[in-house]
Design a protein around this ligand. Structure first.
Ligand SMILES: Nc1ncnc2c1ncn2[C@@H]1O[C@H](COP(=O)(O)OP(=O)(O)OP(=O)(O)O)[C@@H](O)[C@H]1O
Ligand SMILES: [Mg+2]
Length: 248
């Protein structure tokens, strides 16, 4: 390992800078603490997918033959995070080479593998020996998906699970975990804590979304189902696999 790599192994913030990014304080703290189990409850556009991609990059470089899975409610969203990861990789000098790549799968010359998966539990069974699972929009994945993902990590005690999301009501596994006393690292980043989100933008969003939706997406409130922003049929459509969420 080169001296350069050792510096980055010790401080992943340097790795973020190699990708042209100066991490926000909470992003830097998360990169440095690299927790085994983390719940990130973060505003829209706060940089949660970005920091997750950096955690993947770190795993690719510093876990031997890292097996990494990216999952979200839809294949499209998983692919988007996958693209961010590949883009970061391409910005690094002396990074392991891609030996195989598709829109949802990459293999690297150091044995690392990254898989972007759809949000349906049936199609993801049988994947094992995973070192890192990143679950994007985690409050919007089916509970069964978490049940399907956990065994992927069963054989590796050091494996990591990072779930990132805005709230989606007082329901589902993410909400239950967030309010539980289980041993998760919890990170909460409202829009007001993000230096790139301006008061003008927030005022515009408040007008466009209405107070309840705004408090969910930017102030991270979990709402009771009765205070639902949309009629229930619309919400159910948004949670189903066939229909894209309306606000995406
Ligand atoms: N530390 C940073 N410095 C500069 N730009 C950043 C930083 N973190 C994130 N960004 C940029 O902010 C934008 C939003 O980041 P990202 O997509 O990671 O946010 P998100 O919380 O996942 O948003 P969404 O809720 O829409 O999925 C992107 O353009 C990203 O490049
Ligand atoms: Mg995102």
């Amino acid at each position: 390992m080169m001296a350069l790599d050792l510096a980055r192994a010790l401080d992943p913030v340097l790795l973020a800078r190699d990708c042209g990014l100066e991490p926000d304080l909470w992003q830097a703290n998360l990169l440095r603490s690299n927790p085994r189990r983390a719940l990130l409850l973060c505003s829209r556009q706060s940089g949660k997918s970005t920091v997750a991609a950096l955690l993947v990059l770190y795993a690719v470089l510093f876990i031997p033959a890292a097996q990494i899975v990216v999952v979200s409610p839809t294949q499209r969203q998983s692919n988007e995070l996958f693209r961010t990861i590949i883009n970061f990789l391409s910005r690094l000098h002396e990074a392991p080479r891609l030996t195989a790549e598709s829109t949802q799968r990459a293999e690297l010359s150091n044995g690392a593998r990254i898989l972007a998966l759809p949000g349906t539990e049936k199609t993801i069974r049988g994947i094992a020996g995973v070192d890192l699972v990143v679950m994007d929009e985690a409050a919007r994945v089916e509970d069964e998906l978490l049940t399907a993902v956990r065994p992927m990590m069963a054989t590796k005690p050091e494996s990591r699970l990072i779930a990132l999301t805005t709230p989606a009501g007082k329901r589902g596994w993410f909400y239950e975990a967030w309010v539980s006393d289980e041993g998760w690292e919890r990170v909460k980043v409202p829009a007001s804590a993000c230096p790139r989100i301006t008061p003008e933008y927030l005022a515009e969003e408040l007008r466009a979304l209405g107070a309840i939706k705004f408090s969910e997406e930017y102030e991270l409130e979990f709402h009771d189902p009765e205070e639902a922003v949309f009629p229930l049929t619309v919400i159910e459509a948004a949670f189903s696999q066939e229909v894209q969420p309306l606000w995406m």
